[in-house]
Design a binder for this molecule. Structure first.
Ligand code: N01
Length: 483
């Protein structure tokens, strides 16, 4: 019997949204609209253009399995290259005609078997299926520093870099020591007259050897795709075994090795005992999201660089006043202060069966069954949704695994085997209980504060090995679904 025609909406044209369009089309669904509030595709890679931006997951893993890219310049490629790669995939895989750029979805309401999506422009369109690919690190977090508005110089968030602001020869202060600030430090110190890094909490830094691929290597990848595939397999396996599996077992040997590597990195690179003491965390490596950098320690020791460890008291017209009474005079302040990580699809208003509101369901924090489905929100699926594998993972790889799973549910909708499919309340609750219990063995709860932790101090992440993620996501357990 022929599949019934279904219409699908994808919200967001970042790495996951582009993938969703490709996979829906591959399954014969041609009526696909991808809404993107920005004016370009790319998500994170469009929004983040700060100096030094690179992906610290190896590029050949941080790329689509079906679209290998022999041209990546380095093991860890710069952000611009990733954006270009995504633009190319968008063209090559026919995603472009499905895009509605600059079109923000404000509301989604489910009634009579269809989702009605309402955009900021006031358009309303109906779809049987909605894939939310709205990203995780999406809404910049701007702490309310007293006096920030009085600052005479320029100030902007790292994810909203103002490229009109001159940096050469100026005094620049960067607030934060997450992955972003560490990358900025390496790229900016040599360009500015004076550089200050405002650290609230020190970070463990994993060394990174980021040599370029030679022309010969790239030619081999081009001519012998099986070699590139082998490299990808190797990187995936080593990454999962040595890192992803280590962080979910705080007692693991691999984690001890990561800690040893980070400590040796610090002690090998920073010889001044006072500075080293300021840079040495008092919590376990990878408790916070592990920072990876080959140049941070050298950069922060440059004569024009300073690590500021006194707390920020307030900001005034001339700069940042710290609680030791000192005024740090600055021309530019960069807020590398992270993201509101619990937003996901919000602030979109989403109403499921019987007018059930997502805002109410998520009032105490975002929750979903296996990150992809929520009870009473039929035929709405999420990519990189709540409590999935985050952190030092390839979110492209994660999204591919989730999308393959979602497509198995979608095929039931296409065939008519199901009309409305959504996880049961019971399945979601049972999954949550197991997840919260398993999180107790992870390194994320060993005594640090991080964006992984939700308001209750529970890691909002997948707390098991990556192999378990693959196993569970291989085939939907239909008993966990109402359909
Ligand atoms: O943000 P963060 P990020 N006063 O939340 C500090 C991914 N990423 O943009 O640690 C003073 O990690 C805060 O201090 P503390 C990656 O997953 C990937 O750097 O909370 N300081 C912290 O130091 C990463 O984890 C790549 O004490 C304040 C910093 O701001 C995620 O994005 C590259 C403050 C925020 O760090 C987020 O990284 C870059 C305040 N009021 C990012 N509020 C890749 O390579 C916050 N801070 C793939």
């Amino acid at each position: 019997m022929a599949d019934r025609p279904v219409r699908a909406a994808v919200i967001g044209a970042g790495v996951a949204g582009i993938l969703a369009v490709i996979e829906l089309r591959k399954a014969g669904i041609s009526n696909v609209v991808c809404y993107e509030k920005g004016d370009r595709i790319g998500g994170t890679w469009r929004d983040n253009s700060y100096p030094g931006i690179a992906c610290d997951v190896p590029s050949h893993v941080y790329s689509y399995s079906f679209a290998p890219n022999p041209e990546f310049s380095r093991m860890f490629s710069p952000g611009q290259e990733i954006q270009e790669y995504l633009e190319r995939v968008t063209d090559d895989y026919g995603v472009r005609p499905h895009l509605r750029l600059g079109d923000e979805v404000k509301r989604a309401t489910f009634a009579n078997g269809v989702w009605s999506l309402e955009t900021a422009a006031g358009d309303v369109d109906d779809y049987e299926i909605v894939i939310a690919a709205t990203g995780v690190l999406h809404h910049p977090k701007q702490p309310a520093f007293d006096g920030l508005d009085d600052f005479r110089g320029d100030v902007f968030h790292s994810a909203r870099w103002n490229h009109d602001v001159e940096l050469e020869g100026r005094r620049v202060g960067v607030i934060g020591t997450g992955s972003t600030a560490i990358q900025i430090t390496g790229a900016l110190v040599d360009r500015v007259s004076h550089y200050e890094l405002f650290q609230r909490t020190p970070q463990w830094v994993m060394p990174m050897d980021n040599r370029p691929f030679s022309d010969d290597q790239k030619a081999t990848f081009r001519d012998r795709p099986e070699q590139l595939e082998e490299l990808r397999d190797f990187l995936e396996t080593t990454f999962a075994e040595n890192f992803a599996d280590a962080v979910v077992d705080a007692e693991s040997e691999q984690l001890a090795q990561i800690e040893e590597t980070c400590r040796a990195h610090l002690y090998g690179q920073v010889l001044d005992p006072a500075l080293r003491a300021q840079l040495e965390p008092d919590y376990r490596a990878a408790c916070k999201r592990l920072v990876v950098s080959g140049d941070f320690y050298q950069a922060i020791q440059q004569p024009n660089a300073e690590l500021v460890t006194s707390s920020i008291e307030h900001i005034e017209p001339g700069g940042i006043r710290t609680d030791d009474g000192r005024l740090h005079e600055l021309d530019v302040i960069v807020l590398a202060t992270g993201f509101e990580v619990d937003r996901f699809m919000r602030p979109m208003e989403i109403f499921g069966l019987g007018g059930r509101s997502l805002a109410d369901v998520w009032a105490d924090g975002p929750v979903a069954y296996l990150s992809v489905s929520m009870p009473e929100f039929p035929n709405l699926f999420m990519l990189n949704g709540p409590n999935g594998p985050v952190g030092n993972f390839s979110l492209i790889q994660v999204a591919e695994i989730q999308m393959a799973y979602i497509m198995k549910l979608v095929s039931r909708l296409q065939s008519g085997a199901s009309q409305e499919i959504h996880a049961t309340e019971r399945a979601m609750r049972e999954h949550e209980e197991l997840r919260i219990e398993a999180a107790k063995s992870t390194v994320w709860v060993t005594g640090c504060n991080s964006w992984y932790l939700d308001d209750r101090g529970i890691p909002a992440a997948w707390p098991w090995k990556f192999s378990r993620f693959r196993e569970v996501m291989a085939e939907p357990d239909l008993a966990a679904y109402q359909s």
